[in-house]
Ligand binder design. Sequence first.
Ligand code: MG
Length: 454
Amino acid sequence: MNKKQLFGTNGVRGVIGKDMTPELVLRIGESLGTMRKGCIAVGRDTRTSGDTLAGAIKAGLLATGCDVVDCGILPTPALQYIVREHYDGGAMITASHNPPEYNGVKIIEPDGTEMGDDETIQLEQLILGRTYPVQSWNRVGRETAAPHAVDEYINAIASQFPNRPGTGMTIVVDPGSGPACLTTPRILSAMGCRVLTINGIMDGTFPGRLPEPSPDGLINLSLLVKASGAAFGVAHDGDADRAVFVDETGQFVEENQEFALVAKFICEKETGTLVTPVSTSQMVEQVATAAGSDVVYTPVGSIYVARKMRELIAAKRTVVFGGEGNGGLIFPNHQFCRDGGMTAAMMVAILARAQQPLSTLIAGLPRRIMKKEKIPTPDGLQVIAQLSIKYSHEQIDLTDGLKIRRGNYWALVRASGTEPLIRIMVDAENITQADAFFAELREQVASALIPQGK
Ligand code: MG
């Protein structure tokens, strides 16, 4: 079986000047331009290396005969939306949540989804084999600019909430100096909210916080939410396909709780199927089934969720929602990719309907305990194969790694696709249950490793 070598689950990424160079991105552009014809939209996040890499990908696309439309700085979901509406593909220069020294490329298909595994392997073969024809002077592409393309994305979201449900609400937005500086404040303002921002000036040195919106980087957001009497604070990762929240008391909302709250709101309006990776907390399934919906599980990675959603819809299933337990939520009525701006807008709609504070809504969700650990080993796949036999008498799911379900709690053991390690996760109803199952799995992994003497 062919495996991806350069690209991970969400594109190719690396440290600028080391494993991420203009030369590599030029070859990605030439290869993409060979695989795809027509007009390709190019966008980037706010990283300092964005211009360099955008120049490289555009050069590659133009040289192989594609036209290019440069959409400038914008969130990844904005580029995805614009590609789906107008273009034959897209290339986003971004390293998402990685630190400032990283950058990379996400490839967007004509339908707005991220490129799947089979096409990515094809693309890699072209990149590694350097087997692309560069066109002659009369066949090279043309470049145009679409600096206001982002407006269409903002309007597409705002128009889903026509009655200004945010009227009277103050919201603090933390775009983390990323491209959502251009979008989320405008989306929420159009919904009637009073919007305050922090880290609201685009800056690729990320002076206020790192692009990963982790709780320790959101202390100032919490303080501003409390000081301003805001209904909530929302923060994005470096390319704004994810959104995370702090409630009105400044408390960080764990991402599975965020997912479950939005799932509850959606399933109360419409029943159907939810799609999420096997690693998502059972809280989401509890909320969905209580409202008469069901859940389909996929391997870990948003592209698998998005593609499964489309596959089920093609098979005439009603798919109401999808996403991951990391703040990356997919709204099928909008588009088939994670969308941080849409997630922020949805939270406004949820609070407007509930007429209760966010902290109260979160407290009303089922309680779960999640434990995670990484164990370094290059033999992850072997260990999982062994454990799968050992646990075969239990209710197991081999969608991605080994998931063992015991009634209302579960454990997941997965080998990392990119690093030599195994991840153990347990999701349970209480700490005793979680600790016991966790200790058991840890012991099983350790004993599976011993015979190999490593
Ligand atoms: Mg991202």
